[in-house]
Design a protein around this ligand. Structure first.
Ligand SMILES: Nc1ncnc2c1ncn2[C@@H]1O[C@H](COP(=O)(O)OP(=O)(O)OP(=O)(O)O)[C@@H](O)[C@H]1O
Length: 198
């Protein structure tokens, strides 16, 4: 996935490439524009510049198609059906257990889900829809350390196996050290490479 002079909000134009299977972590102060950048890449917010996914160019693709390929998992996921299974593409095929769920989680009511369950199920929902690139906004913010570790390992395995380029927002230096192949931080409205943690 390639960002070419992407312009959103106050941020200086962003140009970078994320390789298949690579995890690029993004950090920066609260309000510095991290979520906005992901929303622009998912074509949910107005932006300048261009985004490429292989030979596909975002501006030539319908928004809903683009978001099926370049999938954003926001910090606060939205659920529209009654049951978890109403939101899935292909079946979970045992993936739920890897993130701490018992068999049959597809039949759970959305209304009973805790914030941590919602967060892990939003990742499983994304997996079931087979995206080609992944944008993660603080995907473990509501999880305890044990589930955080499991979820990090699961995402890494998925990214490597499916060859997904991943941009992952995190405030946690320990997490960045564990999962990032590359790390950028936003400083003074610019994206800067941090070589210390990758
Ligand atoms: N659509 C929008 N139009 C104008 N300003 C916006 C829009 N969306 C967000 N902002 C503002 O842009 C700034 C960056 O917001 P963003 O949500 O990207 O921050 P963030 O870096 O993800 O912060 P946090 O770490 O707190 O989640 C904030 O000041 C926010 O109020």
């Amino acid at each position: 996935m390639r960002l070419a002079e992407l312009v959103v909000g106050e941020l200086a134009p962003v140009s970078l490439t994320v390789a298949p299977g690579e995890i690029l972590c993004l950090s920066g102060p609260s309000g510095s524009g991290k979520s906005r950048l992901l929303r622009a890449i998912a074509d949910l917010d107005a932006h300048g510049g261009e985004i490429w996914l292989g030979e596909l160019c975002q501006s030539r693709v319908k928004g809903h198609c683009w978001r099926g390929w370049v999938m954003l998992v926001p910090a606060d996921s939205q659920w529209w059906g009654e049951r978890v299974g109403d939101h899935l593409g292909r079946g979970l095929d045992g993936q739920g257990e890897a993130l701490g769920f018992p068999a049959g989680v597809e039949d759970w009511q959305v209304s009973r889900l805790s914030s941590g369950e919602k967060q892990r199920l939003a990742l499983l929902r994304a997996w079931s829809r087979q995206p080609r690139a992944l944008l993660l906004d603080e995907p473990t913010a509501n999880l305890d350390p044990q589930l955080t570790g499991k979820t990090e390992a699961w995402i890494r395995h998925w990214a490597r196996q499916a060859g997904l380029p991943v941009i992952w927002i995190s405030h946690d230096p320990g997490q960045i050290a564990r999962v990032a192949d590359r790390h950028y931080r936003i400083h003074d409205n610019r994206l800067e490479r941090d070589h210390g943690s990758d």
